[in-house]
Design a protein around this ligand. Structure first.
Ligand code: 5GP
Length: 186
């Protein structure tokens, strides 16, 4: 029988670079699968349905939750719902792949409850100032939305101590290697 893969949860503030890290790992290391989340947030320009996210309506999201199809879900930044569809995760784990989830802090704790063997990794920026710079540079949010994300970031950073590991995303390749090493050491 194939050995089950590991479930690796990466959480951390908006714009810390979780998405870039996750993509780097999937592109450069074998045996990793990136879960695609469902969200009620509208797609940003350049985002592709089914690749970036599964973009769903509020009603569809509620239905997925009610049908038990979400491994975890949360309302993020007090606005839209985000969740991890269970099916793709289960399938990939059964195939022996390590599954990466790039989700928020609330979702990370739900995953730990459902899968005590999962590895929770908190991704920190080198500094709060640098987080602000990355958010500015990304340029996808209005000033008001950026402010909300920075406020959420402060709350999230305070939760880092409850994670299995904390990594600092100072340089993508180095940090990705650290996440891969950690996931294989547990
Ligand atoms: P964004 O709207 O910038 O793509 O994502 C906003 C936040 O939602 C990020 O912190 C991201 O990690 C989180 N997020 C994305 N997908 C999920 C998910 O499936 N579940 C949870 N709980 N959070 C998610």
């Amino acid at each position: 029988m194939t050995q089950l893969g590991k479930l690796i949860v990466m959480a951390g503030p908006s714009a810390v670079g979780k998405g870039t890290l996750a993509k780097f790992i999937v592109d450069n290391y074998q045996g990793f699968h990136l879960s695609v989340s469902a969200t009620t947030r509208p797609a940003r320009s350049g985002e592709v349905d089914g690749v970036s996210y599964l973009f769903v309506s509020d009603a569809e999201f509620t239905e997925m939750v009610a049908a038990g199809q979400m491994l975890e879900w949360a309302t993020v930044h007090g606005k839209h719902s985000y969740g991890t569809p269970r099916e793709g995760v289960d399938k990939a784990l059964e195939q022996g792949l390590n599954v990466l989830l790039e989700i928020d802090v609330q979702g990370a704790f739900q995953v730990k409850e459902a899968f005590p063997g999962s590895v929770l990794v908190f991704v920190k920026p080198p500094s709060f100032e640098e987080l602000r710079n990355r958010l500015d540079k990304r340029g996808t949010e209005s000033e008001k939305e950026k402010q909300i994300r920075l406020e959420t970031a402060e709350v999230e950073l305070a939760q880092a101590e409850f994670f299995d590991f904390v990594v600092i995303n100072d340089e993508v390749a180095r940090c990705a290697q650290e996440v891969v090493d950690l996931s294989q050491s547990t």
